[in-house]
Design a protein around this ligand. Structure first.
Ligand code: SAM
Length: 282
């Protein structure tokens, strides 16, 4: 019997109703599917009924088990199993050289990092992933709520984000301490087709991520207070006036579009001021 390893965030999904619901929620496309953390292979087995897939698993004991369980599918090239830490793979570039959909019950200790990497991976077109409910609420939150954060803005600036359903602890072996949610993140076509894109390139998207880090440095402080640690305060105040935004607004009170507009204007300021450029690039 294979024991679950805490250090790899192993909580195996054992509920066939939930497995079926995940499969039914998948996008109906002929794109490739990538699974991160196939574990004992229960979700993998269901996915293989629908599609060929590439699965990334870090645990070598589980890889031995998966190679045995799926030897036929591996031989027939319907499953490619990559034994590796997926975060290291993201560092090297896209997980696939073709457009793909990510479907996974993610290891919770690195779920946010994986989602952020997948958002930046131009080959990844959509994510259907199980994560902690608390984190799912952050990605899908609306302005003026306590969960609305840089994660909400970053993901919603390029994708439609929806929580599909919650999953109780009893569906897993061993049960996790928290409630889980299945979240769907479908990237807007404009983002990956690069026509009329909000961002001209992934590098602009990365800059937007840095802008959000500054804007939300102290979420309880006002946007202007946070931003003026890096940008010229007078110019930033002028921008707020131009966009009819009260100067005492906190970052979570601004909607996604406000942040995008302010970011684009600040990029122009950055060009005019080398000092700000250096700080922003850190
Ligand atoms: N998919 C299985 C299921 O639904 O039962 C297992 C999900 S379990 C929550 C997370 C899986 O991710 C485990 O198999 C774990 O070994 C794997 N994992 C953890 N860290 C990883 C990493 N850095 N790269 C790839 N896989 C990882």
């Amino acid at each position: 019997m294979i024991e679950a390893k805490k250090r790899f965030g192993q909580n195996f999904l054992k509920d066939s109703t939930v497995l079926n619901k995940i499969i039914q929620s998948m996008s109906n496309t002929n794109r490739n599917v990538v699974e991160i953390g196939p574990g004992l292979g229960d979700l993998t087995q269901e996915l293989l009924r629908e599609k060929s897939l590439i699965a990334y698993e870090v645990d070598k004991d589980l890889c031995v088990h998966l190679r045995k369980k799926f030897h036929k599918e591996i031989e027939e090239n319907r499953l490619k199993l990559v034994e590796a830490d997926v975060l290291e793979c993201f560092e090297k570039g896209s997980l696939e050289d073709q457009p793909y959909d990510l479907v996974a019950n993610l290891p919770y200790y690195i779920a946010t990092k994986i989602i952020l990497e997948a958002l930046e991976d131009p080959m990844c077109q959509s994510l259907l992933v199980m994560i902690q409910k608390e984190v799912a609420l952050k990605f899908s939150a609306k302005p003026n709520t306590k969960e609305f954060s840089s994660l909400s803005i970053l993901s919603q600036s390029i994708a439609k984000v929806t929580i599909l359903f919650d999953v109780d602890q009893s569906s897993f072996e061993p049960p996790p301490k928290v409630i889980s949610s299945i979240i769907s993140i479908k990237k807007n076509k404009e983002f990956y087709q690069k026509q009329d894109s909000l961002f001209d390139s992934i590098s602009d998207f990365k800059q937007f991520k840095r802008y959000l880090r500054v804007a939300f440095a102290s979420p309880r402080k006002t946007w202007i207070k946070n931003i003026s640690a890096v940008y010229d305060k007078t110019k930033a105040l002028d921008l707020l006036e131009e966009y009819n935004i009260p100067a005492n607004f906190r970052p979570h009170q601004l909607c996604v579009n406000d942040h995008l507009n302010l970011f684009r204007e600040l990029l122009k300021i950055k060009v005019n001021n080398g000092k700000e450029d250096n700080k922003h690039a850190q």
